[in-house]
Design a binder for this molecule. Structure first.
Ligand SMILES: *Cc1c(COP(=O)(O)O)cnc(C)c1O
Length: 392
């Protein structure tokens, strides 16, 4: 596998040290959390370290932003109160009425809902396409397409999109390519190095990693332009001008989570691989969706594009009754929305994460369940899944 490790000499070192200099005043190894909304000026306009008011900047948030840009190999990162707050700020920095957004047909339901219900009423056009099909993407691009938005692996069907190929098509049409890298995390996949313009994250998931802090991020290089304006500058302005920013404590918790991202992702991936392999051919499971399986349609591409295959698995069962019984039948896998924490979670997308896209192109079949495989002992996890299948 050819992970572009050249971006960050060793990701595991960067994840612990980037933006994490010790406190110069006291020598504290862990920089303090800056709980302050405002900063004293040494005379009018005399800002220490450039800080003036916390909506515009706070040292703890800056420390997280430095870390995030290092992890994704981008010039700038912006952190937000949630993944969707970041997405909204990004999209409003690019789009004007009449512009078109082309999205993968199984992006995160909330992303589709955001554009469909908050941006379309203001004159944005939205359509979806199968991102695995390059010809279909070419055909779906319009003269007004300004954003091509994709997610790989996708949620919940674990489809793999060729980031480099789609970026080439989108760039030929002058569109900005956004990759939601939440499922993979930058340890497994670095979209900017593959040709994407912008990476977004729900840091609520793998980056935070402990299901205890909501957050979002937008990461990009300085040379991404919207018309003749720098997109990074536009996002910086709206982050400050709207203020959907992460709080100091949220930023600090996210930094704390990121320090163990690499070891967690290694374990998430190996646990998921073991469980996926064990379920292939199980009489109660008709399809295992996991890119680490050799007969997954995106396996070869995932092996090129990702370092490991991640911790998310989806399963197709016989019907909705079976899927519901399985989703309610596990004990260690707790029935809850979200993913990417150290603890394993079970999701029934059609009534949980994807309820908001029922009746749209993004509708998820009602016989599919999604597992966020945690880092517990793999035998315990597998035993739990097998006993729940037994009772279906
Ligand atoms: C959760 C999630 C989001 C939204 O992030 P929030 O932090 O919940 O606002 C976006 N994309 C993906 C892939 C997600 O899983």
């Amino acid at each position: 596998m050819t992970q572009p490790d050249s971006i960050t000499p060793d990701f595991r070192t960067t994840a612990i040290h980037a933006g994490q200099d010790f406190d110069p005043t006291t020598g504290a190894v862990i920089p303090p959390v800056y709980f302050t909304t405002t900063f004293v000026q040494d005379g009018l306009g005399g800002f220490r370290g450039g800080y003036e008011y916390a909506r515009g900047g706070n040292p703890t948030r800056d420390s997280l932003q430095t870390l995030l840009s290092a992890l994704e190999g981008g010039d700038r990162a912006f952190s937000f109160a949630s993944g969707l707050a970041g997405e909204d700020t990004l999209l409003r920095s690019i789009l004007k009425p009449g512009d078109h957004v082309l999205m993968g047909n199984d992006v995160y339901g909330g992303t589709h809902r955001l554009v469909n219900r908050a941006h379309v009423p203001w004159g944005i056009e939205l359509s979806t396409v199968e991102m695995m099909d390059a010809d279909a993407v070419r055909a779906a691009i319009r003269p007004t397409t300004k954003v091509v938005w994709l997610e790989t692996p996708s949620n919940p069907l674990m489809k793999i999109t060729d980031i480099a190929a789609i970026s080439e098509i989108a760039h030929a049409a002058g569109a900005v390519v956004v990759v939601d890298n939440t499922f993979a995390s930058p340890y497994l996949q670095q979209p900017l190095s593959l040709g994407a313009d912008v990476v977004t994250h729900s840091t609520t998931k793998y980056l935070g990693g402990h299901s205890d802090v909501l957050g979002g991020a937008v990461i990009l290089n300085n040379d991404v332009m919207v018309g003749d304006e720098s997109l990074a500058e536009k996002v910086a302005f709206l982050q400050f001008g709207v203020g959907a920013v992460s709080s100091p404590l949220d930023a600090w918790l996210t930094i704390r989570g990121i320090k163990t991202l690499a070891v967690r992702m290694d374990r998430h991936s190996s646990n998921a691989q073991t469980i996926a392999e064990a379920l292939v051919g199980h009489p109660k499971v008709s399809t295992v969706f996991y890119p680490g399986l050799p007969d997954h349609p995106g396996h070869e591409l995932a092996a090129r594009q990702m370092k490991l295959f991640g911790g998310m698995i989806s399963l197709r069962l016989a019907d909705a009754t079976a899927a519901r019984a399985f989703a309610e039948g596990t004990k260690l896998f707790q029935l809850a929305e979200s993913l990417g924490g150290v603890e394993s979670l079970m999701c029934y997308p059609s009534e949980m994460t994807h309820a908001s896209v029922r009746g749209t192109a993004l509708e998820v079949p009602d016989n599919v369940v999604r597992l966020s495989v945690g880092i517990e002992g793999v035998d315990d996890l597998l035993g739990d899944v097998l006993q729940a299948l037994e009772r279906v």
